[in-house]
Design a protein. Structure first.
Length: 404
């Protein structure tokens, strides 16, 4: 009788076990649900059960924080808070959600195996080519929310890549198609999921910009090869009566760091205003990390001020530590604010500035402690030529300060 009972228990326990499934190696087409009728697509390859590459135009995002349990997979995107949790159907197709728990946001997610197509092209057309520069206005009918941008695109056949640059940064590596006269562009990097849909004529476009499933705004654009955005060095400045900045914020060890500390004296100092949740800040941090590693011994210091929406200092510092590990940052990253990434609150922390217009913003300080320049935003790798121009300007300006 005991043997029969033992056999029944073993059979029941084994029947309750679900075989752990792993993702099949190969190409996938993923979509995030923006609303009842719109989907935001992106592509990724599974290189191994523990490595995924996400693609946006020329950008490749390596993902190596992947966990499996029974028939489910948990994919943690690098640096940022966002993650994907999904059920695996026969080791191939996926259904689940892209989540940002601290912001209480979720988007329905699904992925199809063996599909490299991003957007489907229903109507091939060579009547319109969007290659070139576009003078753009977002929220053109709003007095409060309107802002300008410069769209720069390259088209080959129906495929289109490019980005929109604003006064505060760029909208990442955008990739998509021109389907007849319908322009469709998307990007996904773990922090933001952007979708742009527009109707294009020869010299104008009119469309809608969707940020995940919580924000949308219209935009209009016209061809203009001569259009340029305002100088990023003139948007943020010191208020009258100030020629320096000061602050005291904690680092991850609990030590309070100030520009009055000995290590900053008689050195060129860059103060980076940023957040671990910000893709443009990530681009800038990667650049600064490499520059600091190669030039620290020349008499330059960098200190970052993180403005975090994480609800507690512990979570905020955990995110800071993760950013530093992923980018190789060896300079100090201080916690300037938690619980909100509000720019108005950030400006209260730095009252000598006329405003904090953008994350990131960099303050350039000479060896005497005087502010010499404030650069708003960051032209990342997605901006191509502008990124190259920034690097040249940055190196020249910092080298000039070091020689003084």
């Amino acid at each position: 009788m005991k043997n029969i009972f033992f056999l029944i228990v073993v059979v029941v326990l084994n029947s309750c076990k679900t075989e752990t499934q792993h993702l099949e190696e190969g190409s996938y087409r993923a979509v995030l649900k923006v609303n009842d009728t719109l989907e935001l697509p992106f592509n990724f390859d599974v290189l191994s059960s523990n490595t995924i590459n996400i693609y946006n135009a020329d950008e490749i995002i390596k993902v190596d924080e992947i966990e499996y349990k029974n028939d489910s997979v948990y994919i943690k995107l690098p640096v940022f808070e966002g993650f994907i949790t999904a059920k695996i159907d026969n080791k191939q197709n996926l259904k689940g959600f892209f989540k940002k728990e601290m912001l209480n946001r979720a988007m329905f997610f699904k992925a199809e195996f063996n599909n490299k197509e991003r957007f489907k092209v229903y109507k091939e057309s060579t009547a319109v080519d969007v290659s070139g520069n576009w003078e753009t206005v977002f929220s053109p009918n709003s007095k409060e929310d309107t802002y300008i941008a410069k769209g720069t695109f390259s088209q080959m056949g129906s495929k289109v890549i490019g980005t929109f640059r604003t006064t505060t940064g760029d909208y990442r590596f955008l990739e998509g198609v021109l389907d007849g006269k319908n322009l469709k562009l998307s990007t996904f990097d773990g922090a933001h999921a952007f979708l742009f849909n527009a109707k294009v004529a020869d010299s104008t476009m009119k469309g809608m910009f969707y940020s995940e499933n919580h924000w949308q705004e219209p935009f209009t654009a016209k061809r203009n090869d001569d259009f340029e955005l305002p100088d990023a060095n003139n948007l943020t400045f010191l208020k009258e009566g100030f020629d320096s900045v000061n602050f005291s914020f904690p680092d991850e060890s609990g030590a309070t760091i100030s520009l009055e500390d000995a290590r900053f004296q008689n050195k060129v100092v860059l103060v980076q205003i940023m957040g671990t949740w910000c893709p443009n800040c990530l681009d800038e941090s990667k650049f600064y990390s490499e520059f600091y590693k190669n030039n620290h011994d020349k008499g330059i210091e960098i200190v970052a001020l993180a403005f975090e929406y994480a609800k507690t200092p512990e979570i905020a510092f955990k995110n800071i530590k993760r950013l530093k590990a992923n980018t190789g940052i060896s300079y100090s990253v201080l916690l300037a604010q938690y619980g909100s990434s509000s720019k108005l609150q950030a400006q209260e922390k730095l009252p000598m500035l006329n405003h904090v217009l953008s994350y990131p913003t960099t303050i350039y300080i000479d060896k005497t402690g005087k502010v010499r320049k404030i650069h708003t935003g960051f032209n990342g790798p997605a901006t191509g030529e502008k990124y190259t121009e920034f690097i040249a300007e940055f190196n020249q300006f910092v080298n000039d300060l070091l020689l003084e």
